[in-house]
Design a binder for this molecule. Sequence first.
Ligand code: PDD
Length: 281
Amino acid sequence: RIVYLNGEYLPEEEAKISIFDRSFLMADGVYEVTSVLDGKLIDFDGHAKRLERSLNELGMQKPQAFDDLLEIHRALVEKNGIEDGLVYLQVSRGSAGDRDFAFPDPEQVKPTLVLFTQNKPGLADSPASKTGIKVISIPDIRWHRRDIKTVQLLYPSMGKMMAKAAGADDAWMVEDGFVTEGTSNNAYIVKGNKIITRALSNDILHGITRAAVLRFAREAQMEVEERSFTIDEAKKADEAFVTSASGFVMPVVEVDGATLGDGTPGNVAKRLREIYLDESR
Ligand code: PDD
């Protein structure tokens, strides 16, 4: 696989960064995941805008190649022959050649920019999208700037492991009694024809797929309510689903052991998935 590192396209084994890189030592880095379908990038502009926002919020410099990101994404997709898959991008604050809690002087340190692709044949027809997924609830103990897409992913990783151990596929995180989001996706329930999802704030990531899906839902005259919901409400919902760049619209058929509807993907989730895939390709 060919990867991108600070201006160069390299075989992955030749791409090397410093052991003092702050994303490695301090999780001082931000990232984006953009999906590729039929060789085409999905929602690239939204991901680039959110990256810029994440960098700003953390006072991180834009990498020099910021204006060339679309071109770099396309080049990697092409070099690696990706039809369906993902492009992962990470910017770290860089390395000051030592370990220090304080940020290095931006005049002296350049951000590290890394991109690589993941080949996922049939990404839009994954088995999970046909059966739906099961989620469990876990407490949300992450920091309070979840709107910034940082590489601090240890707790979400643990959440996926907790779900697996419980025989489920993913976890919804709960804070002050309300669902915030999934470990790597935004969470929704459906009551009748109404789509309910938590409003944007620093408590959740402002999903690029979320923005697109809510827009398509409104355009299709579906009712959308942006408000918090509890796990109890989710267990009694008609349907549920999650959205993310890697899973698009993924139906949820079980919440904490309670089966939703007849235990198969709901009509609203199926329809939104179809619309999203049609409109974004
Ligand atoms: N995750 N919430 C969290 C905590 C996420 O990590 C993600 C994305 C989302 C959905 O955002 P978007 O629609 O922009 O992908 C919500 C990516 C896919 C990942 O970590 O792989």
